[in-house]
Design a binder for this molecule. Structure first.
Ligand code: HMG
Length: 411
């Protein structure tokens, strides 16, 4: 029998501030129902200018790495599209902060929101060949479109850390997956731009069409798909998006004059997907788009809120990154998957968050780190237990753990 490989531990971290979407809508003179129902967002996580993708990533990974793991992690892979450095990988800071052994590989992967899946697949393939070793994958992003822009309601920030091992406790990932590449300009960020360029309407249409194309291919290549997989998870740029993709696929199946095989069976599967979907969007609804980690945030949300799921249930995951690359891959829930997730810590993180007024949010948004030469020091007066950006010394960033929280691993 082949060794199972997949997600042994998973955790996320979000900044300790958020904005209420009804208040944001009122400030922008928009009907709040557009944000809460039309887009499907209630709250949006916002970073302080001292929190960057590295502080988010370290704080997501720290609680799931044990002392023993540090010696057998061979790779630290960070997926991000909000890097502050065009050369040095964010994973190197992470490697140091987590005290991973010196003989590990550390690098960063980019392809919009899809990068998290590229990192996960690289990790899974590596461990499949070396089942005694482990790989740490961390997705980390700060999604920003600009104040009062049409994308503003779909911002967010956060990191998801996943430890990939053999005999995983949470989700075994299947070897076969189906990827898809299509050169398009739906969302991209030239190196000279602060915010991405986005063709909003086109981006949602392309997402829908990509999902449809992949699903038809999945049906061709995996004859048991429509029967065997209980849940379809989606990349969630905002919580309405996956629902739109299901609706679009349903319309295609219902309206097509071409002969589509197994239409009734497919329509039944869509009904089932819609039921599970509600559980997968709980966290995203209160955080927003975390780009590379959004799909995985959906997975953690599903495992927390969907009490109908049990060991052996099969999940299909749709990863999408603008530009565009997508992939459908598959996993099976493992014995005791719920106990392996730090739900109490997650709950406490939400409880400790502070709501920003719209004025505070706008002020924070426009405040950026000094980019001149010299030394800037920051005090650790942020969220409990955080690693924080302690100093920038002539453009070199240094991170520290609060003294009271050293050795804070939950493992
Ligand atoms: P918009 O033009 O402000 O909004 O842009 P809209 O007019 O399309 O309205 C949005 C929805 O609200 C519509 O629902 C309206 O009907 C509804 P829909 O018809 O689409 O189902 N609505 C209302 N509902 C209730 N009460 C009301 C009301 N008014 C309107 N009063 C858009 C929205 C998402 C396009 C914009 O925010 C945007 O450009 N966001 C960024 C791009 C994005 O998230 N695209 C998603 C697909 S691409 C992707 O997922 C990749 C990405 O994550 C990046 C990466 O890969 O790195 C973004």
């Amino acid at each position: 029998m082949k060794t199972k490989v997949g997600i042994d531990r998973i955790h996320f971290y979000i900044p300790p501030q958020y904005v209420d979407m009804e208040e944001l809508a009122q400030a922008r003179k928009i009907d709040p129902a557009k944000f809460t129902i039309g887009i499907g967002q209630s709250q949006m996580a916002v970073t302080d200018y001292k929190q960057d993708i590295v502080t988010l990533a370290i704080n997501a990974a720290l609680p799931i790495i044990s002392k023993e793991d540090r010696d057998i992690i061979d790779q630290v892979i960070v997926a991000t599209e909000s890097s502050f450095d065009y050369s040095k990988a964010a994973s190197i800071y992470l490697h140091e902060a987590l005290k991973i052994n010196r003989f590990a590989r550390s690098y960063e992967i980019k392809e919009a929101c899809y990068a998290g899946t590229a990192a996960l697949q690289a990790a899974v393939d590596y461990v499949r060949l070396r089942p005694k070793r482990k790989v740490l994958v961390v997705t980390t992003d700060i999604a920003r479109y600009g104040l009062a822009s049409s994308g503003e309601a779909t911002q967010g920030a956060g990191a998801v850390a996943m430890l990939i091992t053999a005999d995983p406790a949470i989700l075994a990932i299947e070897e076969e997956s189906i990827a898809y590449t299509d050169n398009q300009f739906d969302f991209w960020r030239p190196q000279y731009d602060t915010y991405p360029r986005v063709d909003g309407k086109f981006s949602t249409d392309l997402y829908n069409q990509t999902f449809l194309n992949l699903m038809e291919e999945v049906g061709e290549r995996k004859p048991d798909f429509w029967d065997a997989y209980q849940v379809q998870l989606f990349h969630l740029p905002f919580t309405k998006m996956g629902r739109k993709a299901i609706k679009n696929y349903r319309q295609y199946l219902s309206n097509s004059t071409d002969k589509i095989s197994d239409t009734d069976q497919k329509l039944k599967a869509l009904d089932l997907w819609e039921k599970h979907y509600e559980h997968a969007i709980e966290y995203s609804r209160n955080i927003g788009n975390i780009y590379t980690g959004s799909l995985y945030l959906g997975l953690i949300s599903l495992l927390n809120y969907d009490q109908s799921l049990k060991e052996g249930d099969k999940i299909s995951l749709f990863s999408y990154g603008s530009g565009a690359v997508a992939e459908c891959f598959f996993g099976e829930l493992q014995d005791g998957f719920r106990e392996a997730i730090l739900f109490k810590e997650i709950e406490s993180m939400f409880q400790k968050r502070r709501k920003l007024s719209i004025e505070e949010y706008e002020e924070l948004y426009l405040k950026s780190i000094e980019t001149s030469d010299g030394i800037i020091e920051f005090d650790p007066s942020v969220h409990e237990g955080e690693f924080y950006l302690a100093k920038i010394d002539n453009h070199r960033r240094y991170y520290k753990q609060k003294i009271s929280h050293q050795n804070d691993s939950k493992m």
